[in-house]
Design a protein around this ligand. Structure first.
Ligand code: 5GP
Length: 349
């Protein structure tokens, strides 16, 4: 047994220190970034935020709405090939340009993804997604996918440590997805005791990835737009959101009404709800590692996205970053033991 003694940080442990700035307005901030990748020759420009590949969040409707903001959607792996064909046939090139096709690591997934990519050349991103990216099987599957899709942008995860980020990049990933346990409906840390505070994971993994010409996605743990600013400030190239996008019309969640108020169900992909939906229940050898929550229904996603992007632009102006790309360079974190003042939180109007 060994103990690492330096303190690892989450979003709640820091704030970003303001810096002198020549920017006059938030409108001068450009949140679009241009990406070049380690393996794929594709050049992608857009706002590097990604709707998570959870079945309630990464829907075709979400992809259609978010592409208007140049934001990506990691479409979940439970759509059939026929549903993909219908979606591709009605979608614009712009929408398809903002779609990431998610797959698991089974042979069936591999066969299906090949068929999906034959539908359109505009599909550029693959995300190979497993809860625990530390397995040998995952690495060999990643190598297989890279051999088959030489020029696609391959994202793979999840991991939280630099040495595994390097291993994934050397095995064919352009982008590594980082995060174990920070998610809003995740109970992995409680069930297993395993995890890594997200901001430290970002800082360490970004350093490892950038050293090899790769990129990272910070996946999970953002509860407010300030957390996205901290994730980008810490070195994340992309930020993936689940809970912050939950409860909207574009989601695929069951709506329930109580005392004439509408709610939408949102659950983790390792929760009992998800396992019941896709594999008929929780297998005897497994425990659920996710929650099911009921959140107030929020209507269309536009207001939420404008709020997130506005917060991010404002963060950039506070440190004098005219482009999102500059945020990391201009970020100094200060360690804190307070965040917001909550005195009136129970009196919100
Ligand atoms: P959020 O933005 O909601 O904080 O985090 C979203 C991320 O949580 C997802 O992209 C995924 O990585 C993770 N996640 C989703 N469902 C589950 C689950 O049931 N268990 C765990 N451990 N993580 C989950």
């Amino acid at each position: 047994m060994r103990i690492e003694r330096d303190i690892k940080l989450g979003f709640k442990d820091v704030l970003i220190r303001p810096k002198r700035s020549i920017l006059k307005s938030r409108s001068q901030v450009d949140l679009t970034r241009k990406f070049f990748f380690k393996y794929s020759s594709t050049v992608w420009s857009g706002v590097p935020i990604i709707a998570a590949n959870m079945d309630t969040i990464g829907t075709f409707q979400m992809a259609q709405s978010l592409s208007n903001y140049n934001i990506l959607t990691a479409v979940h792996k439970y759509y059939s090939f026929e549903e993909w064909r219908d979606f591709v046939s009605v979608s614009s090139d712009k929408t398809l340009n903002h779609v990431i096709v998610s797959i698991g690591t089974s042979n069936l997934d591999f066969v299906k993804v090949k068929k999906i990519f034959s539908l359109s050349l505009e599909l550029k991103y693959i995300c190979i997604d497993v809860a625990n990216g530390y397995s040998e099987h995952f690495l060999s599957f990643l190598k297989l996918v890279r051999e088959c899709f030489l020029d696609k942008i391959i994202c793979a995860g999840n991991v939280v440590t630099g040495e595994m980020v390097e291993e994934l990049i050397l095995s064919g990933a352009d982008v590594v997805k980082v995060g174990i346990g920070p998610g809003s409906v995740c109970t992995t840390r409680i069930k297993t005791g395993v995890g890594y505070p997200q901001l430290s994971a970002i800082i360490e993994c970004a350093d490892a990835a950038h050293g090899l010409g790769g990129q990272i996605i910070s996946d999970g743990g953002c509860a407010v737009s300030g957390d996205l600013a901290k994730a980008f400030g810490g070195g994340a190239d992309f930020v993936m959101l689940g809970g912050m996008l939950a409860g909207h019309s574009e989601c695929d969640g069951q709506i329930i009404e109580k005392k004439s108020k509408k709610y939408m169900l949102f659950y983790g992909m390792s929760s009992k709800s998800a396992m019941q939906r896709y594999i008929g229940g929780v297998p005897v050898y497994r425990a659920s590692e996710g929650k099911t929550v009921k959140i107030p229904f929020r209507g269309g996603i536009d207001a939420t996205i404008q709020d997130i992007l506005g917060g991010l632009r404002s963060a950039c102006t506070y440190v004098g970053a005219s482009r999102l790309k500059e945020l990391t360079k201009r970020t100094t974190f200060i360690r804190v033991s307070e965040q917001e003042n909550c005195i009136f939180n129970s009196f919100l109007f």
